[in-house]
Design a protein around this ligand. Structure first.
Ligand code: 5RP
Length: 224
């Protein structure tokens, strides 16, 4: 296993220790959240009783394979805990997310959760957000107009592509990968972006994280 994977695996598995019997759990998306879902599956098969909702179709399919009982939003008002990855985390535990394109469902589920536990390998912990392109989910209708607004904000948007085609999110939208340089004020940028008509959500997760589980290449973890 590559060392970065060992760090992701360590973080994902360690975070599952925060789950208690009876909890309603948000399941994140990505290669670090993958390990948390796999470990939740192990523990469910050993008798842990939880129910969960996934932040993407991909994670929902994995949860089904792992026999994790799934919920929908008709069944609850809040979740106890959400375990999800990040593309960047700063020392104030502000995040950029959405590298996997799941940011909208991820933000809805983080918002519905009493506790957000972020799992990340050590390389994601950065002094400032902004080196990783910031994903902004936009509606297909009028996306060219929306991109012009993002350009006017110095966001240098690029339409995300996958396998030579425009990437479509689980919600049927496009992703603008933006480059704002160093993000000095994540809170105001998060608000400003969401005020643009056509922007559905953006990948800044500000003042949401309760616990960061960092994984290291030697397989150890640190809780912040
Ligand atoms: C998906 C996300 C992921 O959590 C983020 O991209 C981190 O992924 P990984 O753990 O694979 O590095 O936000 O939309």
């Amino acid at each position: 296993m590559a060392n970065a994977d060992a760090a992701k695996k360590a973080a994902g598995i360690r975070a599952v220790d925060f789950i208690e019997n009876g909890m309603k759990v948000g399941l994140g998306t990505g290669s670090t959240a993958y390990w948390a879902i796999m470990e939740i599956g192990n523990r469910v098969r050993q008798g842990l009783q939880i129910s969960a909702i996934a932040t993407s179709v991909q994670s929902e399919e994995l949860a089904r394979e792992q026999q994790i009982p799934l919920l929908t939003f008709t069944a609850f008002d809040y979740l106890d805990i959400d375990i999800d990855g990040a593309d960047e985390v700063d020392e104030n535990l502000q995040l950029t997310k959405g590298g996997g394109g799941a940011l909208l469902r991820e933000k809805i589920i983080a918002s519905a959760s009493r506790k957000l536990i972020v799992v990340a390998d050590e390389h994601k912990f950065v002094p400032h957000l902004g080196a990783f392109p910031l994903p902004v989910e936009v509606t297909p209708f009028g996306w060219e107009y929306t991109f012009r607004q993002l350009t006017a904000m110095s966001g240098r948007p690029k339409l995300r592509q996958k396998d030579g085609k425009t990437f479509i999110t689980d919600n049927g939208n496009y992703i603008a990968d933006c480059n704002f340089g160093i993000i000095k004020n994540p809170k105001s940028l998060e608000t400003l972006l969401n005020a643009i008509p056509g922007v559905v959500e953006n990948g800044l997760f500000v003042d949401r994280t309760n616990i960061l589980v960092l994984g290291f290449e030697d397989g150890t973890t640190k809780i912040l």
